[in-house]
Design a protein around this ligand. Structure first.
Ligand SMILES: O=C[C@H](O)[C@H](O)COP(=O)(O)O
Ligand SMILES: C=C(OP(=O)(O)O)C(=O)O
Length: 359
């Protein structure tokens, strides 16, 4: 006699997903793209170790939903990057995975057609193809690592990784980060607390052993070496910004007490601008002035920016989507983004080399 079913009671189906090796084989990395990715990682590491005095700026859409508009953005950003590269290292935000407060579209990998059809295999392939295009354009990329298996599919094309405010406290994400090949920025919690992110940097710097996926798509015990390039990302929280001089001093002190390098990236978006994209330039300007007045801990900034300012809900008829406008958090438009980055470069151009010499 067979007993009643005890497992998979809430699972509808298991559908086949190609292995990371299969997806890599279909979309291999050309040498020029590998150089862009590795060069971006090298530059970021040198910024974190203070060998490179420039400021890193992670800038781009809140999420990628339309690869055509994303590529259009990347081409403009590359031209701007060449213009400001003596002072600012621009890294494009290429976010395919969105952590939701409650419900909502979870990003291009999870639902590339934005119609609840959840073609994850298609999303993964298209995400990888998009990253290859950005690599060809010559820009290093930044992404949020949310699903712990995703880096096996696209991690070779990423130069900077974020662990988000909702997952910095998650052991799974700390373990994953300990094995990532990029510098990892851990965000403070949504209530503004720093402790989880500081503990995450410590945890991810150590080796871990945990369950994961190998490149053949089999269950594996993953044994990591630890990631030496974790740092803190301040995004505000609990209704309050945390980029002001007092908040920065408190964050420096928390890192110092934990024996960690005082490396801080300030996210101009989220609670630091009360989710009003037009306030992001004020945050950037404020931090640039802190740097001019002697701050040494701010090593980078993050900006949510797209071709058009604002955001739009995902319509039932996707043909009515506005081109180049975010379908998640509201973004700063292109013209304001370019103006703000040019201004920051002009402000910091002569100062940043002195900051390195002062160390
Ligand atoms: O950056 C993106 C959003 O802030 C994050 O995904 C949470 O979004 P939600 O609060 O709209 O769900
Ligand atoms: C989700 C994001 O940010 P946070 O984790 O700070 O909410 C993001 O930057 O896309």
């Amino acid at each position: 006699m067979t007993h009643q079913a005890l497992e998979n009671l809430n699972i509808d189906s298991f559908d086949r997903m190609p292995s990371p090796a299969e997806v890599h084989a279909a979309l291999p990395v050309p040498d020029a793209v590998a150089e862009t990715v590795a060069g971006g990682r090298r530059d970021l590491q040198r910024i974190l170790t203070r060998e490179d005095p420039r400021l890193m700026v992670v800038v781009g859409p809140c999420s990628i939903h339309d690869p055509v508009a994303g590529l259009d953005y990347a081409q403009r950003l590359k031209a701007l990057s060449d213009e400001v590269s003596d002072t600012l290292l621009l890294v494009m935000r290429v976010y395919f995975e969105k952590p939701r407060t409650a419900t909502g579209w979870k990003g291009f990998i999870n639902d590339p057609r934005m119609d609840d059809s959840f073609h994850i295999e298609e999303g993964m392939r298209k995400a990888r193809a998009f990253l290859l295009r950005i690599g060809e354009v010559g820009l290093p990329t930044a992404t949020e690592a949310l699903d712990p298996n995703t880096p096996q599919y696209i991690g070779d094309l990423i130069s900077w990784t974020a662990i988000g405010a909702r997952t910095s406290e998650s052991q799974t994400h700390r373990e994953m980060s300990s094995g990532l090949s990029t510098p990892v920025g851990f965000k403070n919690a949504t209530d503004g607390d720093l402790a989880a992110a500081v503990n995450a940097i410590l945890s991810a710097s150590r080796p871990h052993s945990f369950l994961g996926l190998n490149d053949q798509g089999s269950a594996a015990i993953v044994r990591t070496k630890g990631n030496a390039h974790g740092h803190l990302v301040l995004r505000g929280g609990g209704g309050r910004p945390n980029y002001d001089t007092v908040s920065i001093a408190l964050a420096e002190s928390a890192l110092r007490k934990a024996g960690l390098p005082e490396n801080i990236v300030v996210d101009c978006s989220h609670a630091n601008s009360h989710k009003n994209p037009r306030l992001q330039p004020l945050v950037l300007q404020d931090c640039a002035h802190q740097i001019l007045r002697g701050n040494r801990s701010i090593v980078g900034m993050m900006v949510e920016s797209f071709l058009e300012e604002g955001s739009q809900p995902i319509p039932a008829d996707l043909a009515t989507l506005r081109y180049g406008c975010s379908v998640t958090d509201a973004c700063l438009g292109w013209d304001d983004t370019a103006a703000m980055l040019r201004e920051t470069r002009a402000l910091l151009k002569d100062h940043l080399p002195k900051r390195r010499n002062a160390s």
